[in-house]
Every structure is written in C-alpha cells, then in structure tokens.
Design a protein around this ligand. Structure first.
Ligand code: ADP
Ligand code: ADP
Ligand code: ZN
Length: 215
C-alpha cells in the first residue's frame, strides 16, 4: 500500500508518518528529511538546496523526484508513506511514472485539514530529538520527562533553521500556489481522503488508520 500525506507546513504529516511506520511497518519517504540530510552532508544536491530551503521556497522538481526514485529502489517495506512529496503538479506526474515503472500504484491521498492560524504556532514550537529525530512540540507534545527524549533517552534537541515565522509565511504561500492545486487532481481520480488535522495527535492517527483498514 502506498499513500501520500498532504497538507501545509505543520499539518502533522511527519508526526503521523512516523506513527504509521511504527504501527504498520510502512516506510516514511520525506523529501524534507532527505534534503536536510543532503545539506548536512554537503553533497551537490545539498549545496543546491540549502538557500532555497532557508528561504522557504521549493527545491526543483527534478531534484526531489530523483531522490524519491532512489528511495523507492531501495525498497519500501509494506508500503511507502510519501510525506511532503509531491508538492507540485509536475511532481505528482513524476510520482505516477516512478510508481508505474515499478509496477506499483497509489492507494490513498490523505489530506490533513488544518486552520491556517494554528500552523504558525505549530511550526515555531516544533523541535526534534538530535539523536533519533523524534518530533516534539513546546506546547502540544512535550517529552514525558523534561529534557529527555521519550524514544531514545537522549538529552539534546534541535530546531530547524526554516521554522521561523517569516519563512513559514513563504512556505504557506508556496503551498497555496503550487501544492493545493494538486488536490483536485487526486480528488478527480477518487483517491482523496480528508482528515481533520486539528484533532489531537492520537485521534488524527485513528482517522488515518480507519481509512487504511486493518494492518
Ligand atoms: P509537518 O510534517 O506537516 O510539517 P509535523 O508533523 O512536524 O508537521 O508537526 C508540526 C508540529 O506540530 C510538531 O511540533 C508536532 O509535534 C505538532 N503536531 C503535529 N500534529 C499535531 C496535532 N494534531 N495537534 C497538535 N500539535 C501537533
Ligand atoms: P514542512 O514542515 O513544510 O512540511 P518539509 O520538511 O517537508 O517541511 O520541507 C522543508 C523544505 O524542503 C521546504 O520548504 C522546501 O524548501 C524543501 N522541500 C521538501 N520537499 C520538497 C518537495 N517535494 N519539493 C520541493 N521542495 C521541497
Ligand atoms: Zn530520541
């Protein structure tokens, strides 16, 4: 089973993808994570992407689709969860091709619906474990023991350089202009499922599980 999690920055895509990975053995394919790894490694892709990401703009379609293709070739367990990809009509077409070439199909496109007002707060309060990458929030998802990662016990956390209010506004504008227009395409194909992304994290997971059916 292959699914797309779609929604603006801060909608909860990464949070839900990691829960589905843990619950179902699916594999999260996050182009944001892949690009951040490339930036950290200083690879040619990273060098090209760094400034674009810091500005909150979109990296080129060719780069992100190539990253996804490489990951699909590496194998995706019991199914792929596309998180943050596709983000443009060209990427949506590329994904169809990448899947078809591998004899695979897309099963569901799950849109996380969230109030725009809530997104800035979600983004500026977001942080992750510096060791295992588990996601947290200053208000909505604090570690059970202050300063200690619930998953791995590590004590250092980090924040993304692009998680500031100015950049978030640009990212939202990009979402509205380039990503939201792909929603009707999937709706027309009968693949779109809408989920209330304003519910608490556990309830959002339950709504997604209900769409996916028994693991
Ligand atoms: P995305 O991957 O869509 O950008 P994240 O999954 O990283 O979003 O979530 C953004 C922030 O909001 C994180 O700090 C996360 O802990 C928090 N968050 C995610 N889902 C919810 C929710 N349903 N309610 C409240 N906070 C949430
Ligand atoms: P978000 O919290 O907005 O969902 P991501 O981690 O998915 O953040 O993406 C961070 C940044 O990486 C984006 O603002 C963009 O610059 C770049 N990026 C990630 N995925 C894509 C993509 N599919 N197409 C173009 N740029 C991307
Ligand atoms: Zn951790």
């Amino acid at each position: 089973m292959n699914i797309i999690l779609l929604g603006p920055p801060g909608a909860g895509k990464g949070t839900q993808a990691s829960r589905l990975e843990a619950d179902r053995g699916m594999v999260q394919l996050s182009t944001g994570d892949m690009l951040r790894a490339a930036v950290k490694a200083g690879s040619p892709v990273g060098l090209q992407a760094k400034a674009v990401m810091e500005a909150g703009e979109l990296v080129s379609d060719a780069i992100v689709s190539a990253l996804i293709g490489e990951r699909l070739d590496a194998g995706a367990g019991s199914g792929a969860i596309f998180d943050g990809y596709p983000r443009t009509a060209a990427q949506a077409e590329a994904l169809d091709l990448l899947l078809a070439e591998r004899g695979q199909t897309l099963d569901h496109v799950i849109e996380l619906e969230v109030d725009e007002d809530a997104l800035v707060e979600r983004i500026v309060g977001r942080f992750t474990c510096a060791n295992c990458g588990e996601g947290y929030h200053d208000r909505f998802k604090r570690p059970a023991v202050e300063g200690t990662c619930d998953v791995c016990g590590h004590h250092e956390f980090k924040r993304r350089p692009d998680d500031n209010e100015a950049t978030v506004r640009t990212r939202m504008t990009e979402y509205r202009a380039k990503t939201a227009p792909i929603i009707p395409i999937y709706e027309g194909r009968g693949l779109l499922r809408r989920v209330d992304g304003m519910a608490d994290i556990r309830h959002v997971t339950e709504s997604i599980e209900a769409i996916l059916g028994p693991a």
